[in-house]
Structure formats: structure tokens, C-alpha cells
Ligand binder design. Structure first.
Ligand code: PBG
Length: 343
């Protein structure tokens, strides 16, 4: 007897006896049968593309920590929005890299009707009216300390920040934003934004709540992209959720829905699929995930090193969001995926 010889123990059952003839591999045997039984599918309709904005003209600055992502001047952002619309991507989300001289403790430049976010919304609406525009009403790109709220005596003050965010939302709606997506996690922001939008005639502008935003390390590359990396004093643990908490995340969602959120979002994405699934099951509301910068850069970096197949990892990570119950995903991969799905 050598190691290639197998002897079945006397009386051993056959596989058909063990499985009672139920063989799960039957449906996996060919591409056509795998396609027939596939439960979840990623399509271009699932994609929201976050883009970064900078002042200037004809600018397309690479972001070292996010290979393949760029900071775009408004004219270039318009061209990219047109390209995204042609690819069938339903919506884009804009994030500004604001010049240091325009930042202050209150983030008051968010209330300039002609700031980078609003300029971009107007230009994109005019050139590509068919694509949805999602804007973030958080203060962090505009504050000198990098926090999402107003900082007074070492405290991020809630109510004053909410007033600021709600006023900013109205200006963003006036500039053409279709969905306001506040990412600041201040208490009461959703209700305050809803009231402000309605009072100004923007009943049709929706709110996508960053309902469960966790205090995460995965935002690192984003902070480089918008130039807040060196600014942030301390951390965001007094307003973002502790990554250890699930029930608290559900309370946040319940609260935001009660205040009038139309859609909810979980952020970051892949490390929080359990939150997505639970949110989907408990609330049955349009549910989105933000595959954040760190998640994107991890895949890009590993692919650049030849450690994994970047294209397959990208598709698999996005499909995972669909399986977890997402209606859509904010992802820096959006145009790359859309092109791939077209082929
Ligand atoms: C802040 C904000 C963050 C992101 C978007 N808006 C997090 C942060 O900097 O704390 C992260 C996006 C990403 O990592 O892709 N309001």
C-alpha cells in the first residue's frame, strides 16, 4: 500500500448515501447554470461615484494615497460627470479640497453660495442634467481644525453646527444638489435640514443620511485627498459611532428616519456588512454603503504589488454589498466598474 492507495473502511457509506443524493455542486457545473442561479448581481445602477474638487482650471491632480483617483477642477469635473452619465452611473457625490486661506473655526466658507461644491453643482447640472448630484453638508473640508462641526473650547458644539449644516444644505440645494448627504453625525441634523429645505421650497430634494458613520481608520486616504490630514486635532470619537457598536447604529438609523431621512447609508462598507444586513432587515429602507477611501486604496495597493487580482477583488467587494442588502454603493471604483460591466 502506498500513499496513492485508498481503502474505504468496511461499511463506509457512499457519498450518495451521506448526502441522500443532494449534491450542491450540480448547479455549479457550468457557466450557464451558475448564471441561472445567481442570487445577487452588480449593475451600473448600483453605483454612486464620489469625486474630489479643487479650484483652478484644467486640473487633474493625482492623489498619492488613492491611485487612479484625482482632484478635479470644476471644468474637468463637468467632463467627468458627462462621462459618468454616458456610462449610466446614476449619481455622483462631490467633496471639495478647500484652500487653507478659506478655512476657519466655524467652517464659514460652507455658507458661500459660490464655494467649490456649489460651483461644481451648478456647472454639472447645466452640462449633464441627467446625473444625480449628491452633496455633503459636513463642515470638515471648511474648518481649520478638520472637524465636522464647530470647535469651541475643545468641544464640537452640536446645535450651532446643526444650524450651519442646515443653512449649507439650502445653498447646496439652490445650486442644484438633488440629494443632501450630511456626514457629520451631529444630533438633530436630519430634521433641521428637512425643515430648512422645506421652508425654502426644496421639498423635492432628498436626504441620504450617513446614519451609521463609524470612527474609522479607513478614512485616512480621503483626508489626504481633501487636504485635512495634517489639520485634524484629536479624533472624531465624540460624534462618530464606536466601531464596537451595533445596537447604537440601529438607534441612529431609527432616529434619522424619524427625522425624515429618505435613504440611509453605512460607512465604512466592507468591515461593516453586518450593520448593512441588520439595517436592511430592520428598516426596509433604501440602504447604501460607502466603500471608503481606505477600502479602495487597500485593493489598489495590493493589486499594484501583484498580490491580488485588482479587477476581481473590486468586483467581489462590490458584489458583497449587494449580498448584504445594499441598493447601491458609493465607490471610487465607479467609472472603472461601469466600463468593465459594459464590456
Ligand atoms: C467627513 C467625511 C469623511 C469621509 C467623507 N466625508 C470622513 C472623515 O474624514 O472623517 C470619508 C470618505 C472616505 O474615506 O472615502 N465628513
Amino acid at each position: 500500500m502506498n500513499r496513492f492507495t485508498r481503502t474505504k473502511p468496511a461499511g463506509a457509506r457512499s457519498v450518495d448515501e451521506i448526502t441522500q443524493s443532494r449534491r450542491l455542486r450540480r448547479m455549479r457545473k457550468a457557466p450557464w447554470s451558475r448564471r441561472l442561479v445567481q442570487e445577487n448581481r452588480l449593475t451600473v445602477d448600483d453605483l454612486i461615484w464620489p469625486i474630489f474638487l479643487i479650484e483652478g482650471e484644467n486640473k487633474r491632480e493625482p492623489i498619492a494615497a488613492m491611485p487612479g483617483a484625482f482632484r478635479l477642477s470644476v471644468d474637468v469635473a463637468v467632463k467627468e460627470a458627462e462621462r459618468a452619465a454616458k456610462l449610466g452611473i446614476p449619481a455622483i457625490a462631490t467633496f471639495p479640497n478647500v484652500e487653507g486661506s478659506l478655512k476657519d473655526v466655524e467652517g464659514s466658507h460652507i455658507l458661500d453660495p459660490d464655494n467649490l461644491i456649489n460651483k461644481a453643482s451648478r456647472a454639472i447640472k447645466a452640462a449633464a442634467p441627467g446625473i444625480g448630484i449628491i452633496t455633503d453638508a459636513a463642515l470638515d473640508p471648511f474648518t481649520s481644525h478638520g472637524h465636522d462641526g464647530i470647535l469651541r473650547d475643545g468641544v464640537i458644539v452640536n446645535d450651532e453646527s446643526v444650524e450651519q449644516v442646515a443653512a449649507a444644505a439650502v445653498l447646496q440645494a439652490a445650486a442644484g444638489a438633488d440629494i443632501i448627504a450630511p456626514s457629520d453625525m451631529m444630533d438633530g441634523r436630519i430634521g433641521a435640514i428637512r425643515d430648512a429645505l422645506d421652508a425654502n421650497g426644496f421639498q423635492d430634494v432628498a436626504i441620504m443620511s450617513y446614519a451609521t458613520k463609524f470612527a474609522s481608520a479607513f478614512y485616512g486616504p480621503y483626508r489626504e485627498a481633501i487636504g485635512t490630514a495634517g489639520l485634524l486635532r484629536g479624533d472624531k470619537k465624540t460624534y462618530y459611532i464606536d466601531p464596537a457598536n451595533t445596537d447604537e447604529a440601529m438607534r441612529e438609523i431609527a432616529q434619522d428616519l424619524a427625522e425624515g431621512a429618505d435613504m440611509i447609508m453605512v460607512k465604512p462598507g466592507l468591515p461593516y456588512l453586518d450593520i448593512i444586513r441588520r439595517a436592511r432587515d430592520e428598516f426596509e429602507m433604501p440602504t447604501f454603503a460607502y466603500q471608503v477611501s481606505g477600502e479602495y486604496s487597500m485593493i489598489k495597493a495590493a493589486a499594484a504589488n501583484g498580490w491580488l487580482d485588482g479587477e476581481r477583488a473590486m468586483l467581489e467587494s462590490l458584489l458583497a454589498f449587494k449580498r448584504a442588502g445594499c441598493d447601491g454603493i458609493l465607490t471610487y471604483f465607479a467609472p472603472e466598474v461601469a466600463e468593465l460591466l459594459q464590456r
